[in-house]
Ligand binder design. Structure first.
Ligand code: ARG
Length: 576
């Protein structure tokens, strides 16, 4: 990939700071300008430097301006306010950065990244609570991959633990042939409900369920076979949901808790031997200092219960071991609800201090908030039940299909259905991804399906607008992508600048695990294009060179929109 604008400017100012006698400990602080009257970028580091060197900040900023070497990059620099430096990039420089190379964001230094996401418990069907992890995780996977990293998806499904004793006991109790069992498991929720009712009402059954847990955990072949059957059906359900959502997850990515079974005892032994875990009333626990956690919390990390049973925490430690030692991961990203923040903080501390993961292995919690209903409370059915994810997706598709039909009464049923599916899923994904993941957000079909504002329909529609220019010109986007561009007005400048920033934005998304940075990038791109489109004639432009240049700018917009949306897991469409 080409050196990014951010990188070029930072380097140039770094050098200028040095020439001005400012040490490397003072950051140049380069920012994208919020407003055009401040140029395209700003350098804000001169003030801090002046303070340290006890100099007048404006005079120091002026010296930096004299010392910076930016021929061919800028149109001008401007000293502003108490010592800001405003940077106006040269039109020719921007134009030279567009075309195919905008989309090349392959890093020189890549990583092996394991992304832990989706991860439902298999005892039940996927519900709305799994939407965020699935959608956010899938976007991060796409972004890391796009940048050339080796990415390994891990769907850490809950397929182990006490519920499975109950479920296998119930499965055996029904004593049916394979086909009718398949029927029985057709509604996992119902199956779980019935098993639980029996467990609560029937002492004998409850005892049997407990016995089965023990037999299951000790590898009893008969119970394992039943368990396997249950897990298979449940995984089929998950796969169906993930496919309907258009995620990259496959059955191979589902590596459940059970798969780490053999590693649990050795992990506990190791931690005990090293004195990291200690005996506490018969249980094996790890305690943390305030320093280690960054806050005071006395909750211990329990890795083995007094009855010998292992826990969620133990499995997660084993999974770190597997990911680092067998998969050779250099970075682990966990896309999990923010309510599990403490668990992950503890996990990361344990993994590092036991050297299960060396300190150069990065571990990150990409935490997310709760999805709320329009009443501002956690999303539930009208009667207060959990909403199955598949039902929610289907409703989005149905609503989108109705919209498509209304807008295009002349379309065939197939066309309507196909776009309805794409639009419904895109709307759901985009509504989620465009919010800062750390906050709760209100799920609203009406808002996400609106054709105005920061929504998937608006963006997909914007793409079709750009696309239609090429249809009208009887040409293609690809034919114009690498044609010469001349920037002749402010709207062209802003659009070109924004496109040229793609790599910098993507680097930021991958670094901070924030998909909403990418969403606002896309939205802004669409808005800037619309402004350009209104102010600058394209096909009607009489100057043919300028017409071609504008077509090239439109082609750059279309391609960037297409790639950026694809990184959210959203395909573009030719017409809407
Ligand atoms: N199955 C868990 C749950 O539903 C989420 C697992 C997340 N991944 C992990 N490695 N802990 O809460």
């Amino acid at each position: 990939m080409q050196e990014t604008i951010q990188h070029i400017l930072e380097q140039k100012f770094r050098n200028a700071f040095a020439r001005t006698g400012i040490g490397p400990n003072i950051p140049v602080v380069l920012q994208e300008s919020g407003r055009p009257e401040f140029g395209d970028y700003q350098i804000n580091g001169a003030m801090a430097a002046a303070k340290q060197l006890k100099q007048n900040p404006r005079e120091l900023a002026q010296k930096i301006i004299e010392n910076v070497e930016l021929t061919n990059v800028i149109e001008k620099l401007e000293l502003a306010g108490p010592g800001f430096i405003n940077i106006y990039l040269a039109d020719e420089f921007l134009a030279s950065r567009l075309g195919n190379k905008v989309l090349d964001v392959s890093l020189a230094q890549t990583e092996t990244i394991v992304v832990d996401y989706s991860a439902p418990n298999l005892a039940k069907e996927m519900h709305v609570g799994h939407l965020r992890s699935t959608v956010i995780g899938d976007c991060l996977v796409r972004v890391y991959e796009y940048m050339g990293n080796k990415v390994i998806r891990r769907n850490h499904v809950g397929d182990w633990g006490t519920q499975f004793g109950m479920l296998t006991a119930y499965l055996l109790e029904l004593n049916q042939n394979k086909e009718s069992l398949q029927m029985e498991l057709g509604d996992l929720e119902e199956f779980y409900r019935k098993a639980k009712a029996k467990f609560d009402a029937d002492e004998n059954f409850a005892n049997k369920a407990r016995e089965y847990v023990v037999r299951l955990q000790s590898g009893d072949a008969e119970i394992l076979a039943l368990w396997q059957q249950f897990v298979e059906v449940s995984l089929d359900h998950c796969q169906e949901v993930c496919d309907r959502l258009g995620t990259k997850l496959t059955r191979e990515d589902a590596v459940g808790e059970s798969r780490y079974n053999d590693l649990l005892a050795p992990m506990v032994n190791k931690l005990m031997e090293e004195g990291i875990a200690v005996d506490s009333n018969g249980a094996k626990c790890i305690f943390f200092t305030e320093d280690e956690l960054g806050s005071k919390d006395e909750t211990p990390f329990i890795i083995q219960k007094s009855d010998g049973g292992y826990l969620y925490a133990t499995t997660d430690i084993a999974a770190v071991y597997d990911r680092v030692n067998n998969l050779h991961a250099t970075r682990l990203v966990y896309v999990i609800d923010s309510r599990q923040s403490l668990h992950l903080k503890q996990l990361f501390v344990v993994a590092h201090k036991s050297h299960i993961a060396n300190s150069d292995v990065k571990m990150e919690h990409a935490a997310f908030g709760t999805m709320m209903g329009e009443d501002g409370k956690p999303f539930k059915t009208r009667t207060g039940g959990t909403v199955k994810l598949i039902d929610l997706i289907n409703e989005a598709i149905t609503r989108a299909t109705t919209l498509v039909k209304e807008r295009n009464p002349e379309w065939s049923d197939d066309e309507v259905a196909s776009l309805g599916h794409i639009l419904g899923v895109a709307a759901m994904k985009y509504a989620d991804l465009s919010k800062n993941r750390t906050t709760d957000y209100i799920f609203s079909f009406d808002k996400m399906l609106a054709f105005e504002g920061n929504t998937a329909p608006y963006l997909l529609y914007a793409y079709t607008r750009v696309n239609s220019i090429f249809l009208k010109a009887q040409s293609t986007i690809d034919a114009y992508l690498n044609k010469d561009i001349m920037i002749t007005n402010g709207d062209e400048h802003k659009l070109a600048l924004h496109i040229a920033r793609f790599a910098d934005r993507l680097i930021q998304v991958a670094k901070e695990n924030y998909p909403h940075y990418l969403c606002s990038y896309i939205y802004e791109l669409a808005v800037l294009f619309m402004k350009f489109y209104e102010s600058s004639p394209i096909l009607k432009e009489a100057d043919l060179a300028l017409r071609d240049s504008r077509l090239a700018l439109a082609a750059n917009t279309a391609k960037t929109l297409e790639v950026a949306l694809s990184l959210l897991g959203i395909p573009v469409v030719a017409k809407m």
